[in-house]
Design a protein around this ligand. Structure first.
Ligand code: T4K
Length: 398
């Protein structure tokens, strides 16, 4: 009879982890420095509307992104909306279907039509050929996503946009501190948008930034984020309130102070996952291009149900019993989500939406946890048929 260490927790074994490891746990280092910055803001009595911490944060984000301008915002979704408005887009915008809803929502919320494009089956980024086939008389822009912090094919996308006279924007929510072709993410296209949400590589509780080298675009976006007020205090544009607060900037600056630690830690986790799961049939750890700088924030498994004997969803459920709390980013493809459904099928998006499973990263997950998580996956895989039976499902491979 197999002992508790050999059996997955779902089948009565000892959980691989004593405490849950979760995707999205914030990096919480630097507490003393954060509180010092926060106290400074309270002492100054300047809590919002472009205080010194926000200005410093913008400067540091611009430097990191290798661009001249950064406009800090209350979140990335608002920054995406500002990017759409400040570039004056109209009609249709081509977006990948395999992304977080915010990418498409930002387009639709501003009254434009997101046109869903399929993605490359390996990288999850826009499929260039399909993007080109979607360009029509109403298309004003392409909005790419650096999915899971693995930018791909950016020159070809720029050429495509240039060839058709389209604007090119990037949702870089996952890709702070990354490079493509040795160039920092942030300087591609007309503008890029970072997220500093609590779950992100660098966080400011909630936050975002639009970055660009275009002074006019930066000025418009900054004004639009502040009710449309220009630098002279006149409401020159239609605007919203998308400002970042000083409290968020205090956290964002403190998080930036530790960026290289986060990168090194995530890289170690990625190595443990990759080594621990190497050769396991049906499970692939999505690699990073080691020629580039990566933030290693998204540890992504591609699950092949035929090879593993379990679907991605079955593996997800089984791991929960082992205290491994994964996320199924991004499920479903947005072309099949309620606000948008009814369009054509997008096979690569649908396949990825069924196969991707994101594992915990960040400072709340230790290297030992990562080893235990890889062990948990092996243990579940070794008992795939019994796990599927216990979950009350027919094994996908059967
Ligand atoms: N574009 C892309 C490509 C994005 O991925 C995102 C956001 C955006 C744009 C928009 O950026 P923001 O407007 O948010 O700045 C989470 C995040 O909420 C979301 O920001 C992020 N992408 C997405 C990939 O992940 P959910 O729906 O998974 O959130 P939730 O609440 O289920 O949390 C996920 C996990 O994190 C849970 O295991 C709990 C844990 N968690 C979360 C928070 C907020 C914590 O442990 N502590 C926390 O404070 O979307």
């Amino acid at each position: 009879v197999a002992g508790p260490t050999q059996m997955p927790a779902l089948l009565g074994g000892t959980p691989a982890l004593a405490e849950p490891a979760r995707v999205g746990r914030p990096n919480t280092v630097g507490r003393a420095r954060f509180l010092e910055r926060l106290n400074g803001a309270l002492d100054r009595g300047v809590l919002s509307n472009g205080g010194p911490l926000v200005r410093e944060f913008e400067q540091r984000v611009a430097e990191l992104a290798g661009v001249r301008y950064a406009v800090a915002t209350c979140n990335a979704t608002a920054a995406l909306q500002l990017a759409v408005r400040a570039t004056g887009l109209t009609g249709e915008v081509i977006v990948p279907a395999f992304t977080f809803p915010a990418t498409a929502h930002a387009v639709a919320w501003t009254g434009l039509t997101p046109v869903f494009c399929d993605v490359d089956p390996h990288t999850g980024t826009l499929d260039l050929g399909h993007a080109e086939s979607l360009i029509g008389p109403r298309t004003s822009a392409i909005l790419g996503v650096h999915t899971f912090g693995r930018p791909h094919g950016l020159d070809a996308l720029q050429q495509l946009a240039d060839g058709y006279g389209l604007r090119l924007l990037f949702d870089a929510a996952h890709a702070l501190g990354c490079t493509w072709g040795g160039r920092a993410v942030g300087g591609f296209g007309d503008a890029e948008v970072f997220s500093f949400h609590a779950t992100k590589f660098v966080h400011s509780f909630e936050g975002g930034a639009l970055v660009t080298d275009d002074p006019q675009l930066a000025r418009r976006a900054a004004a639009m984020a502040n009710f449309g007020y220009d630098e002279d205090g006149r409401p020159e544009h239609l605007g919203i309130n998308a400002k970042m607060s000083e409290a968020s900037a205090a956290m964002g600056l403190t998080s930036l102070d530790h960026l290289e630690e986060f990168r090194a830690h995530n890289r170690t986790l990625h190595e443990r996952y990759s080594a621990g799961l190497a050769g396991l049939p049906g499970v692939t750890v999505l690699p990073f291009n080691e020629q580039e700088r990566n933030n290693y924030q998204y540890a992504v498994l591609h699950v092949d149900a035929d090879g593993l004997g379990l679907t991605r969803d079955e593996l997800d459920l089984a791991l929960r019993a082992d205290n491994v709390v994964t996320r199924r980013y991004f499920h479903p493809g947005l072309h099949q989500a309620a606000p948008y459904r009814g369009g054509p099928r997008l096979p690569h998006t649908e396949s990825l939406a069924d196969r991707c499973l994101v594992l915990p990263t960040g400072t709340a997950t230790s290297a030992h946890d990562a080893e235990r998580i890889a062990f948990a996956v092996h243990r579940v895989a070794a008992h795939a048929a019994a796990v599927a039976g216990a979950l009350g499902a027919v094994p996908a491979a059967a």
